[in-house]
Design a protein around this ligand. Structure first.
Ligand code: GLC
Length: 452
């Protein structure tokens, strides 16, 4: 009964979460982009990768509830009415004593990700709840003080990053600028009505300055103690308003000294530190020529939940093709279990995506955009080789039999091949409409058009 109730609450929370957050899905008119040549270079490398996986893992994984958000008292959050708000917070903070991922296997995460075809990863070093998945000396609210303390892998972040580096993926460090556990952000002497810090920083400048130092110290630990990092993925966009200024300039300067070329993603905060845009759970409506990535979950949730609702591998492949055709990347959200592994069902879907990319990756990785990037009903997504000699058409619904598009017609005498099998396919071009007869397939089909 209780479980059912938690599940219901949780579904409602997710729904409200999706509707409560606003993100930009259009090209930012104020996109600035990095000026540092090393950052520019890394950003170009990153743009070729196209597919990454983001892992949300923390205290919320233990009961399998929405990540952090139920700690806030905002109107769009469905509260746990079985206890008072204060009791709820105490219960949540107390999860540290049950966080004990005894099967923690970051090598499995990394292997599964590489086999899925992911070329970069992002991992939650600290979500909004403030729980550190690394050995921060700036707080006791860390995995090294959880029930997992004393385990050889207690400094989990190190093991995660090492495992993914060994598999050759680019390393992204998610870090929440707001911290609801820190008394310097949510002062326990006062109520916490919203996600924002709960006191007037002009009235208590020393408290706010101490928070700025706390964020700086933790960023310093992350940037100095955990080996090479490629992306600093900063979440909590509201923590950028003048009244919540965390002195990001100081943090980024330190971070790039320690990690030359570091990409900084100050999410949803247009300005000098949003090296790329990050629309969330949605793909922009149109092609965008400046760098971006859509983060989209494999289930409905960022973290692990019991009995999740999955998207199919084909859906994810179609989204990846769409992101690529529109000039962006896909960052797929996966939640490791409370015991520390990627469970079987997630693995199965990731393996299906990987099998498709093994055969069709040429149409995705390292490609560029084309002016005509889709057909009328948006069932075909076009990409092109950087030298422009080859056009790829990814047909997202494999069961249609024949497919047509306008423009992007192959030159007379050119072949259209099934990329996965190399087999030439029958096609006609009438006026500017190309119609291709497709083989039967249970997955999206990538067509390769080499103009002769
Ligand atoms: C949103 C959510 C946050 C989640 C993130 C992942 O910002 O608030 O909980 O971690 O999206 O993209």
């Amino acid at each position: 009964m209780k479980i059912k109730f938690i599940l219901l609450m949780f579904a409602l929370t997710v729904w409200t979460l999706m509707h409560g957050q606003s993100m930009r899905h259009e090209q930012s008119e104020t996109y600035i982009g990095p000026t540092d040549p090393l950052v520019k270079e890394k950003l170009e490398q990153w743009r070729d990768l196209k597919f990454g996986i983001i892992f949300h893992w923390g205290l919320y994984s233990v009961p399998g509830i929405v990540e952090s958000w139920q700690l806030t008292s905002e109107d769009w959050i469905t509260p746990d009415t079985t206890r008072t708000y204060d009791e709820y917070k105490q219960w949540y903070w107390g999860l540290i004593d049950s966080f004990n991922p005894t099967d923690f296997d970051p090598e499995q995460w990394a292997r599964v990700s590489r086999q899925a075809g992911a070329k970069y990863m992002v991992f939650t070093s600290k979500h909004h709840d403030g729980f550190c998945l690394f050995d921060s000396k700036a707080t006791d609210f860390t995995i090294t003080h959880s029930a997992f303390a004393g385990n050889p892998k207690e400094d989990a972040l190190r093991w995660v990053f090492d495992a993914f580096r060994n598999e050759g993926l680019m390393i992204g460090c998610y870090f929440s600028k707001p911290d609801w556990h820190s008394p310097l952000y949510w002062w326990p002497a006062k109520a916490t009505p919203t996600r924002h810090h709960n006191y007037n920083s002009e009235q208590y400048p020393e408290r706010w300055a101490a928070y700025q130092d706390y964020v700086y110290e933790q960023s310093k630990e992350l940037m100095h103690n955990y080996g090479p990092i490629d992306i600093f993925w900063l979440d909590g966009g509201w923590c950028d308003e003048p009244r919540e200024d965390i002195r990001l300039d100081r943090i980024v300067e330190m971070a790039r000294e320690a990690q030359p070329g570091l990409i900084v993603v100050n999410r949803a905060c247009p300005g000098p530190y949003e090296d790329y845009q990050t629309p969330e759970q949605q793909i922009p409506d149109h092609q965008i020529t400046t760098p971006w990535e859509s983060c989209i979950t494999l289930t409905h949730d960022w973290g692990w939940v019991p009995n999740p609702v999955y998207k199919s591998a084909n859906e994810i492949i179609a989204k990846l093709a769409e992101c690529t055709a529109k000039g962006g990347s896909l960052l797929l959200g996966v939640g490791p279990t409370p015991t520390g592994i990627i469970d079987e069902e997630n693995c199965r879907r990731l393996a299906e995506i990987g099998a498709w990319l093994d055969a069709n990756g040429e149409a995705i990785y390292g490609t560029t955009i084309t002016d005509i990037y889709t057909n009328e009903d948006q069932s075909v997504w076009f990409t092109a080789s950087k030298d422009g000699s080859t056009l790829y058409a990814i047909v997202s619904n494999p069961s249609v039999g024949t497919i047509s598009w306008q423009g992007n017609a192959p030159r007379r005498g050119s072949k259209i091949r099934n990329l996965a099998t190399g087999k030439a396919l029958k096609y006609t071009v009438t006026d500017s409409t190309t119609t291709v007869t497709l083989p039967s397939s249970s997955t999206p089909i990538a067509l390769k058009i080499v103009n002769s």
